[in-house]
Design a protein around this ligand. Structure first.
Ligand code: SF4
Length: 325
């Protein structure tokens, strides 16, 4: 952990006269000093004079990720739809194929939860000459979380965009994934500065696309439309949409009830409307939460459950979409 903190502090930063304001494009960006947010900023003259041009770190990140065949972003329009839960289950499901090497990367700075869900909470990460090594939670599933780089897991992260972006960049540059078939990336909810950073830094390394997670109610679907629009503007292919918490299947009687009612047609209708693939619906199952809390694979623990069947069918649809099966 100490090694990580030392490296994080090495992020080169221009000397600014004041903290970056909200919507700052980043003093290292091409728009530094010239964006709308720069008007009236005390750093404007400093930022205008900084060298501009393509970020040399993008080349380093591209090289670092070059031995990963498929890179998938998991996105959601809003928090609370089970994005990280789904990321963990997707990672376990891919790693169930022993012929695949899988990595799960947690870039959700404000709510990193993959270490707990994948059973790696409290692990110390190790650094070598080639970078930080992922924590292996099974023979062929490695994970790395930005949580390992944060000073205190219980403290709220109150950072401006540029500091968060610097940390994401450092993380992408320094993790040594080695050869992987899949890298599944858990991102923060919404369409924030961090999303722009992730997509900018990773774009040249070839992102296969995004898997978008929603719940059936219109309030979640509204934000999903924005997320899909973001992907289109950022040039990220939307691989497909998954509707999570889609009905509750009682583990005892197997009766199904709708907890979150799809008042406007749910994910399937939205996918049709937006011209994207619908990968399927995953029902609520309280055992999913319990498995995630104890860092175990729900798919291994409850292979006969309707939720497990639904998740595996989503994974098949995803692999089919990227031409892997
Ligand atoms: S890029 Fe520089 S001038 Fe523009 S908002 Fe950020 S800190 Fe201020």
């Amino acid at each position: 952990m100490i090694a990580v903190q030392q490296q994080t502090e090495l992020i080169p930063k221009p000397q600014l006269a004041a903290p970056e304001p909200e919507h700052c494009p980043g003093p290292e960006s091409e728009k530094a000093g010239q964006a709308d947010a720069c008007a009236g900023c005390p750093n404007q003259s400093i930022c205008e004079s900084l060298p501009k041009g393509p970020d040399p770190d993008i080349e380093i990140i591209t090289k670092k990720l070059s031995s990963i065949k498929h890179k998938i972003l998991v996105l959601s329009g809003k928090g609370g739809v089970g994005k990280s839960t789904f990321t963990s289950m997707l990672s376990w499901a891919l790693a169930a194929d022993q012929d695949l090497e899988v990595g799960a990367m947690d870039l959700d700075i404000c709510g990193p939860s993959l270490p707990k869900m994948l059973g790696a909470e409290g692990e110390t990460i190790h650094s070598s000459n080639s970078g930080w090594s992922p924590v292996y939670v099974s023979d062929n599933l490695g994970m790395m979380s930005i949580a390992f780089m944060l000073p205190d897991p219980n403290s709220a992260i109150i950072w401006r965009g540029n500091k968060k972006n610097g940390l994401i960049k450092q993380f992408l540059k320094d993790v040594d994934w080695g050869d992987l078939d899949y890298l599944v990336v858990d991102t923060p909810p919404g369409t924030s500065d961090e999303h722009l950073s992730v997509t900018t830094y990773m774009k040249d390394s070839g992102i296969d696309g995004a898997l978008v997670v929603t719940t059936p109610q219109e309030v979640a679907l509204l934000d999903v439309r924005k997320e899909i629009d973001f992907c289109r503007k950022a040039g990220i292919k939307v691989l497909g949409l998954v509707e999570n918490m889609s009905g509750f299947v009682c583990p005892n009687c197997h009766g199904e009830s709708k907890i979150f009612k799809p008042t406007t047609g749910g994910g399937a209708k939205l996918a049709k409307e937006m011209g994207i693939k619908f990968f399927g619906s995953v029902p609520l199952d309280p055992r999913i939460g319990r498995s995630c809390d104890s860092g175990e694979s729900f798919l291994d623990s409850y292979p006969d459950s309707p939720a497990c069947t639904a998740i595996l069918s989503v994974v098949d649809a995803l692999r089919d979409e990227i031409g892997d099966i």
